[in-house]
Design a protein around this ligand. Structure first.
Ligand SMILES: Nc1nc2c(ncn2[C@@H]2O[C@H](COP(=O)(O)OP(=O)(O)O)[C@@H](O)[C@H]2O)c(=O)[nH]1
Ligand SMILES: [Mg+2]
Ligand SMILES: [Zn+2]
Length: 229
């Protein structure tokens, strides 16, 4: 196959995905949902962070989770054990979620009107960045065990994300991770990216995360009201 033909196929796949993502976005807006698409390398702590966050957030609003992994339902079970509905997608040979998978999974969740849908993408710092799922925004979870240079090595995920959550800060005294440098590198790729430092293990930084989520809800409400005028 020629390189031009490969590029054409890739463009077709992304165009088709974008159309379905626009449909998803329509559904999410109609249901007044905030939708966060979480990206990271495997093991950065997405599920641990979600278990803690949904346990807290479910007290004040509807919360649901779509879990993506190549194999197993382990992560959906961890979320369900926290008392929140979760649907598992197994992508098999695929290394990312696409908009069609999200459309199907969303129909299998109870109605979450006015609430929050979290999507945990497949652990992979590369192609999930290219696939719009219809989310409100992407969040990259980046743990301090990964080395501060990852925003420079895998820029697309950081460029596509509105928020970088730096996780596992409880391990800071054991590692030589320079938080300032990590933020500088991320902002080199994406000057507008927000940053919150947390420990999903201890809960440090989660108040700032909830405040950030509240700000996104306020922003969405204002955009909705402006449209209504
Ligand atoms: N020390 C520490 N370990 C964490 C933290 N968050 C997650 N982990 C651990 O990191 C490993 C991977 O976490 P997991 O949530 O499954 O990551 P995921 O693959 O991104 O969903 C598990 O052993 C977690 O217990 C944290 O904030 N601090
Ligand atoms: Mg996980
Ligand atoms: Zn992929």
């Amino acid at each position: 196959m020629t390189r031009t033909r490969l590029v054409e196929i890739e463009r077709d796949i992304l165009d088709k995905n974008n159309g379905i993502a626009a449909n998803n976005r329509g559904l999410f807006v109609a249901d007044d949902l905030l939708v966060f698409n979480l990206l990271s390398s495997p093991g950065a702590g997405k599920t641990t962070l979600l278990v803690r966050a949904v346990s807290e957030l479910k007290c004040s609003r509807w919360v649901g989770v779509i879990e993506g992994d190549q194999q197993t339902s382990n992560d959906a079970k961890r979320i369900q054990a926290a008392g929140v509905p979760a649907v598992q997608i197994n992508t098999g040979k695929n290394c990312h979620l696409d908009a069609a998978m999200i459309g199907d999974a969303y129909r299998r969740l109870p109605l979450l009107s006015g609430g929050i849908l979290f999507i945990e993408n497949v652990g992979n710092l590369i192609c999930p960045a290219a696939f719009d799922l219809g989310e409100t925004c992407k969040i990259v979870v980046f743990s301090i065990t990964e080395g501060e240079d990852k925003p420079l090595k895998y820029p697309d995920v950081f460029a596509a994300s509105s928020l970088m959550v730096i996780n596992k800060i409880d391990l800071a005294s054991l590692l030589e991770f320079d938080v300032g440098k990590a933020i500088e590198y991320a902002r080199r790729v994406n000057p507008k990216i927000d940053v919150i430092v947390v420990s999903a293990r201890t809960g440090e930084g989660f108040a700032a995360l909830y405040a950030w989520i509240d700000r996104q809800a306020g922003r969405q409400r204002r955009a909705f009201e402006d449209k209504g005028r």
